[in-house]
Design a binder for this molecule. Structure first.
Ligand code: SAM
Length: 506
């Protein structure tokens, strides 16, 4: 048997009743996947909105925090998190046996020793909060080659931003392994929405996904996980294993299969790959093992956008960028290259006391952004009549190099710049980036203005910034993973130097 030491010191063990005390309120250790690079931002949001301290996982792109189960609705309203799960147990230094069979047997044996009861109660409470996965019709509008490049994480790359490790693999489900798709790298696909505008669909998992078909039909008796009311209902489940590290003797597929088999036996649940009630997560990162139960069916970043474009940014990443520049009430916030509007729409939703202006030189992008704003308005109207006045956000077609805005009139610029791969080109960026920085410097208030800019074309950006050092000072850089690309988010502060306006006016 492997030596498996459960984490206790970080306060991340399962919530346990203290001896002699009143029965403890049900608590949950929540794990959340977040855009890589914005773990700290997510931890700050959790502290601010839920009052809990977070631990950032060694496995980047995840945070853990403990909350009373009654706070679950607020957890689902966090803006910086993508997917949520309740931790069953965490092992900080799990000793895997070297021999494959022994290592897998240990994982199997682990199942019956885990403290499932409270996490399953949390799962049950969460069922009424969980947003169902949106069904998206898929039409392949592109050749497979170009389709492979699409991602909604940003400019390019098919892999999810949360998983970047080369040694990482992911497998779903256990029992009676019968690979259906073999190895499958992520190919987000374009789909057509009802209005005929292309939507882009991404996928939550990255790198390699091995799908295995569960064929077992066993089980008539529900275990601890039953829904509780009267008649026992046999729950359907799947296990998803994410593994990173080069010292394991087994694959994620094998771990999911054997762990899943033991879960099925323990609970008498029924394995079902696609139509499951419970998704058990087995996250293995080197010697860190976390067993959890998923609390989200669809990533929480899918909240604002209905009309997708080729490089639509995740709302969670947009939130992280906006938070970096610390918006204050009445601030004027501009996204001069807004695309589908992911940044200004997130901004207007979360900072409604600021005024948001969005623009793009591509009329199709402006149309998509306008459609997304309309969808948001409709959603707000159906929820709450007090928002009938609309959202503090306008969208305009313009050229970033020549903005129709008064010098020094803007507090914040937040934008996701063309990386020069799918939009524009690296060559064009050599002219575009310095011109952008000059024009952003002109419209921003000297001394207090700030800009948060995302790009993967770091070399070009650094060169451009060195040319405008008199108006912009770099305050912070956050390294992020955008659709598998190593990108940077720069926080710039406007110096007090007045900007020169050399443009010929009409
Ligand atoms: C990376 S995309 C922005 C994606 C956006 N964040 C979204 O969520 O859809 C960059 C955008 O810059 C726009 N753009 C490129 N050159 C521009 C220019 N000179 N003026 C204004 N917008 C420009 C492109 O049309 C594109 O929509």
């Amino acid at each position: 048997m492997a030596e498996a030491e459960a984490a206790g010191d970080a306060g991340l063990g399962p919530a346990a009743a203290q001896e002699g005390a009143e029965p403890a309120e049900l608590a949950a250790v929540i794990g959340a996947t977040v855009p890589t690079g914005f773990e700290q931002t997510a931890a700050e949001e959790v502290r601010e909105k839920l009052g809990s301290a977070s631990r950032i996982s060694k496995d980047r792109g995840k945070i853990y925090f403990e909350v009373p189960a009654r706070s679950l609705p607020q957890v689902h309203r966090l803006r910086s998190v993508d997917n949520l799960f309740v931790v069953v147990q965490e092992f900080k230094d799990y000793q895997f046996k070297e021999n494959k069979e022994d290592a897998l047997k240990d994982l199997e044996d682990l199942v019956k020793k885990l403290p499932w009861t409270d996490p399953m109660k949390v799962w049950e409470l969460n069922n009424s909060l969980k947003k169902k996965k949106t069904k998206r019709k898929k039409h392949n509008l592109q050749s497979p080659a170009s389709r492979g490049k699409l991602s909604d994480g940003g400019e390019e790359g098919g892999a999810d931003q949360n998983n970047t490790n080369d040694q990482e693999d992911c497998a779903q489900n256990p029992v009676a392994v019968e690979p259906t798709g073999g190895q499958d790298t992520e190919n987000p696909q374009e789909v057509t929405s009802r209005n005929g505008v292309e939507e882009e669909e991404d996928n939550e998992q990255s790198d390699v996904k091995v799908e295995v078909q569960a064929s077992s039909e066993s089980g008539t008796k529900a275990g601890e996980g039953q829904t509780g009311e009267g008649e026992a209902k046999v729950l359907r489940f799947r296990v998803t294993c994410n593994r990173a590290g080069d010292k394991h003797s087994f694959t994620s597929n094998e771990a999911a299969r054997d762990f899943g088999g033991a879960v099925q036996e323990h609970f008498q649940w029924k394995a079902d790959m696609t139509n499951f009630d419970v998704e058990v997560l087995l996250n293995i990162h080197n010697n860190e093992v976390v067993v959890g139960i998923a609390l989200t069916e669809e990533s929480l970043h899918r909240r604002n956008i209905t009309h997708f474009g080729p490089t639509t940014l995740r709302s969670t990443l947009a939130y992280g960028m906006l938070r970096l520049c610390d918006p204050q009430p009445t601030d004027i916030i501009v996204d001069p290259m807004c695309g589908t509007g992911a940044i200004p729409i997130e901004g207007a939703a979360e900072w409604p006391y600021c005024y948001h202006i969005a623009g793009d030189n591509n009329p199709q992008a402006v149309k998509r952004a306008a459609n997304n704003i309309s969808s948001l308005l409709r959603k707000n109207e159906s929820k709450d009549s007090s928002t009938a006045l609309g959202v503090p956000l306008d969208v305009i077609q313009w050229d970033i190099c020549n903005l129709p805005l008064r010098t020094g009139s803007v507090d914040i610029v937040v934008t996701d710049m063309p990386f020069g791969k799918r939009i524009g080109s690296k060559k064009k960026n050599w002219d575009l980036y310095p011109a952008c920085l000059m024009e952003m410097g002109r419209i921003c208030t000297p001394g207090t203005g700030r800009a948060v800019l995302l790009t993967q074309d770091k070399k070009c950006f650094a060169k451009a910034l060195s040319r405008v050092g008199h108006i912009w000072r770099r305050a912070q850089t956050v390294w992020v993973n955008v659709g598998g690309l190593h990108a940077a988010v720069y926080l710039l502060r406007r110096t007090s130097e007045p900007a020169q306006d050399t443009r010929p006016f009409w």
